[in-house]
Design a protein around this ligand. Structure first.
Ligand code: C2E
Ligand code: CA
Ligand code: CA
Ligand code: CA
Length: 277
């Protein structure tokens, strides 16, 4: 450890590791700001499957960045950077265009799910561009779904809720992502017109060994049933988890057990494998 004297005379302690991490973050940030998003970003797709009918119902679009300077960077790292640096609007448009272009070639029973972040919902201008893209997508709006997290709604709820309403008016569906991880999930279910809830992976990890986790999933499923909402369980990795989840009555599943996110050219083969045609 070495100390750094601040102007007010206080002492701020840094570990060498902490400093290295800050430098790395600054490098990623710089690389992102100068990146050619069109060329360096691509979209991976992960299937959401109705396990009762062996049907793929949708693919979730997941952002991927192959940085020319740094190689592959995780969305967990670059999405927050895009948000901080006001580049999320541009990034979203690039990704949505690529995702829509891919989805046009999918079987007609397969929908596209796309993630929106807080900044997307805070910008009426950006939202108009997105609406235009959807209207000209050549894809029925009923095959489109947007995923938002509770944190995306926290900042300016009125604004975010107006943006979501504008999207719904086009005919697309809205899902509440990472359900159960925040403090106000239930109040959002109450305040927003939602179509779907995605139960967070944290409740799935030990669902086959923990009574509490299984009961939480069971309770969320009952809530969805009562409110007439669809429900997806995400992050299913093992047969044991799948067995518990389906026994609780859930049939929409997303997770490595079925498939990791794949590139667009793998989709036809993947749908065939899952649906065993
Ligand atoms: P998310 O929306 O909750 O997406 C699900 C994440 O869980 C994805 O990680 C996915 O690859 C991962 N996952 C799926 N099944 C399993 C599983 O069985 N086990 C495990 N361990 N993980 C699983 P990914 O692709 O790294 O994305 C991370 C997060 O980055 C996303 O979480 C989302 O919040 C954000 N993100 C990704 N793409 C976009 C985007 O286009 N726009 C925005 N705003 N955020 C995005
Ligand atoms: Ca998501
Ligand atoms: Ca999620
Ligand atoms: Ca998550």
């Amino acid at each position: 450890y070495h100390g750094k004297q601040t102007r007010k005379g206080g002492m701020v302690l840094f570990s060498a590791e902490h400093e290295t991490r800050i430098r790395a973050a600054a490098r990623v940030e710089e690389a992102f700001q100068t990146a050619d998003l069109e060329a360096e970003m691509w979209v991976a797709f992960q299937p959401i499957v109705d396990v009762k009918r062996d049907r793929v119902v949708a693919f979730e679009a997941l952002a991927r960045w192959q940085s020319r300077e740094l190689g592959p960077v995780s969305p967990v790292v670059f999405v927050p950077i895009a948000e901080r640096s006001q580049m999320i609007g541009k990034m979203t448009r690039v990704l949505l265009k690529k995702a829509l272009d891919a989805a046009r070639h999918w079987p007609s029973h397969v929908s596209l799910c796309f993630n929106l972040s807080a900044q997307n919902l805070a910008s009426p201008d950006g939202m108009e561009v997105i609406q235009d893209m959807l209207r000209n997508a050549g894809l029925s709006p009923c095959r489109l779904e947007f995923e938002v997290t509770e944190t995306a709604l926290l900042h300016d709820f009125e604004q975010a809720s107006a943006c979501l309403q504008a999207l719904r008016e086009i005919g697309v569906r809205i899902a509440l992502d990472d359900f159960g991880t925040g403090f106000s999930s239930l109040s959002y279910v109450n305040k927003l017109k939602l179509d779907k809830i995605k139960i967070d992976r944290s409740f799935v990890i030990d669902v086959d060994v923990s009574r509490t986790s299984a009961n939480i999933v069971k309770t969320i499923l009952a809530l969805c049933e009562n409110l007439n909402l669809d429900c997806i369980v995400e992050g299913v990795e093992t047969q044991a988890q799948l067995k518990v989840i389906t026994s609780l009555g859930c049939r929409l599943i997303q997770g490595y057990l079925i498939s990791k996110p794949v590139a667009g050219d793998k989709i036809a083969g993947l749908v065939r494998r899952i649906e065993q045609l």
